[in-house]
Design a protein around this ligand. Structure first.
Ligand code: XUL
Ligand code: CO
Length: 440
């Protein structure tokens, strides 16, 4: 059975108008010392792509999928066939899933685990035949009603236990399928109101949960990178992992910093009132940039719209941070994105991924050129040049006191500050993007 009625997607270059072709993503082309494929490490998000029906709070699902009519377990098996065909045709090497995305939940935990065993056996076979790899998996500890008050931060100890059992099983799956990372997204780890919340107890429990997860991973010999995915709001009004800085402080407080890195999602960054680049930079500067959920929000909407990335300004600045980080390995660019509800055909899954892959490929090309030219580096070096000698050098070397600084300041007659011509910088970025665009 064939699920996608298209040929393998190939690179046709920027002049092509064929929607089923890459305009900028040329997988084996070298950009610097790595191929585009090695730089970008694209991944398919099972939940949006193969599980979601595109429903929203006001309307039912619109997605037309060949597996819709099947029973739950047969549907799960068909989706495995479909995602491997999808990865083959798009040339995407990695995939990601929550436990509930790949297999139906049973009426007991044991039954759920049994379903997971059947489906992960199937996935394992497919991985062996195709060479496709699991970027990360995770446990969905937020959808079911038992998680109404959270999971590791629930007010009910039984829920904490249930959540632990689900993460334990997901770690077993990670080990079985050689996942390169394991993700913890907060889900409902947060609160609706402080009026009835013991925030300290909840955060202490979250740390206990993470420590037990790490202990279990060590016990079974799972060596994939642990990742926390920050998000400020939705579903709870306050999520504990609000942004990278907040989650980093939590990790430092509980001595968990060496165990984790961050999985940064573009639309979560913007919900937190930051740019995507800010979150990437904060993580990179602290040696904590692990992986990326590649999507974008809608500028007019204040919720997590999970759109496919198409804004090349954003992807350029993101790829700048990723290149400066030395790449993301063992992380990657996971399309935590869904087609719009109005893009309901099965082939829209292919079309949307081409758009996202091309947007990041173009961002990679532009960012690489900028780094070769030391575009941002020279701007920043010039801006901070007073710290490279004299009084500035003493400040940087911690070789001066307030008293000496006062003596110095008392002798200053005039301070010459410089205009930084920010508008010109933006215009030059436009030139970089447009010049790359017209290169071939
Ligand atoms: C939710 C979100 C999740 C995580 C995995 O906003 O991004 O899908 O990526 O749980
Ligand atoms: Co995500």
């Amino acid at each position: 059975m064939t699920y996608f009625n298209v040929d393998t997607i190939t690179y046709e270059g920027p002049k092509s108008t064929n929607p089923f072709s890459f305009k900028y993503y040329n997988p084996d082309e070298k950009i610097g010392d790595k191929t585009m494929k090695e730089h970008l490490r694209f991944s398919v998000a099972y939940w949006h792509t193969f599980t979601a029906d595109l429903s929203d709070p006001f309307g039912t699902g619109t997605a037309q999928r060949d597996w819709d009519h099947l029973s739950e377990m047969d549907k799960a098996k068909a989706r495995v066939e479909a995602i491997f065909e999808f990865m083959d045709k798009t040339g995407i090497e990695y995939f990601c899933f929550h436990d509930v995305d790949i297999a139906p939940e049973g009426s007991t935990l044991a039954e759920t685990n049994h379903n997971l065993d059947i489906i992960t056996d199937l996935i394992q076979e497919k991985m062996t035949v195709t060479g496709k790899k699991l970027l990360w998996n995770t446990a969905n500890n937020f959808t079911h009603e038992r998680f109404v008050h959270g999971a590791a931060t629930s007010s009910h100890a039984d829920v904490f236990a249930y959540a632990a059992a689900k993460v334990k099983k997901s770690l077993d799956i990670a080990k079985k399928l050689n996942a390169e990372n394991f993700v913890f997204w907060g889900g409902r780890e947060g609160y609706e109101s402080l009026l009835n919340t013991d925030m300290k107890l909840e955060l202490d429990n979250l740390a206990r949960f993470f420590k037990m997860a790490k202990a279990y991973a060590d016990e079974i010999g799972f060596t994939g990178q642990f990742l926390i995915e920050p998000k400020p709001k939705e579903p709870t009004s306050h999520q504990y992992d609000t942004d990278v800085a907040t989650a980093h402080a939590f990790l430092q407080k509980y001595d968990l910093e060496d165990i984790f890195k961050f999985n940064i999602e573009a639309n979560h960054a913007t919900l937190a009132g930051h740019t995507f680049q800010h979150e990437l930079r904060y993580a990179r500067d602290n040696g904590m940039l692990g992986s990326v959920d590649a999507n974008q929000g809608h500028p007019l909407l204040g919720w997590d719209t999970d759109e496919f990335p198409s804004d090349i300004y954003e992807t350029t600045l993101a790829m700048y941070e990723i290149l400066k980080n030395g790449g993301l390995t063992p992380g990657g660019l996971n399309f935590d994105a869904k087609p719009r509800r109005t893009s309901f055909e099965q082939n829209d899954l292919i079309l949307t991924h081409i758009v996202g892959m091309d947007a990041f490929a173009l961002g990679l090309r532009v960012a690489h050129k900028m780094i070769e030219d030391r575009f941002f580096e020279d701007i920043v070096d010039t801006k901070y040049q007073t710290f490279s000698n004299g009084i500035g050098e003493k400040i940087i070397n911690n070789a001066i006191s307030f008293k000496e600084l006062e003596d110095y300041a008392l002798n200053l007659t005039q301070i010459e500050t410089q205009s930084d011509h920010l508008e010109v910088i933006k215009s030059r970025i436009n030139q970089y993007i447009l010049n790359i665009n017209s290169e071939d």
